[in-house]
Design a protein around this ligand. Structure first.
Ligand SMILES: [Cu+2]
Length: 157
């Protein structure tokens, strides 16, 4: 399978040099959406967000046309060993570091999928960052092996 992850960074100007602007410091890799069978109306998406700048940034919002809504969730195991998902309002990406959304941990939750995922090869997300602005991310639809980074395999629970 051919998987291309295309990241479009919507920077306003390459010619403007200003230390106050963080545009272009955020990049996203390994984006994928879990394929689910027809009839299943929710799924999750995962990706790695890298902040190569020297100031922190925040993910403030996510949108996609693949589902009616999309939320940022964190899976946590409570005292009784039950996995629960908490909705996060924002996600801080510290300077010079990366934050991974991965199975069993943080993820994007797609709620009320518009079409069965089998009809899609890719899902487009627009991530809204406080400093970097809007970043478009194309995520491959598939399973945990559907992205091309062999280093980031995670066991499932
Ligand atoms: Cu969730």
């Amino acid at each position: 399978m051919n998987i291309f992850i295309i990241i479009t960074v919507l920077t306003s100007s390459f010619f403007m040099i200003s230390s106050a602007r963080a545009d272009g410091d955020i990049s996203v890799s390994n984006a994928w959406v879990r394929q689910v069978p027809p009839g299943v109306t929710v799924t999750a998406a995962y990706m790695t967000i890298l902040n190569s700048g020297d100031t922190g940034d925040k993910l403030l919002g996510i949108s996609t046309d693949a589902s009616k809504s999309v939320e940022l969730h964190e899976s946590v195991v409570d005292d009784e060993g039950v996995v629960r998902m908490n909705m996060l309002q924002e996600l801080t990406i510290p300077p010079g570091s990366e934050v991974a959304l991965k199975p069993g941990e943080m993820h994007l939750m797609l709620i009320d999928i518009m079409d069965p995922m089998e009809h899609h090869e890719k899902v487009t997300f627009v991530l809204e960052f406080k400093k970097a602005g809007s970043i478009e991310v194309e995520a491959a639809v598939g399973g945990p092996g559907s992205h091309d980074d062999g280093k980031t395999r995670h066991h499932m629970h």
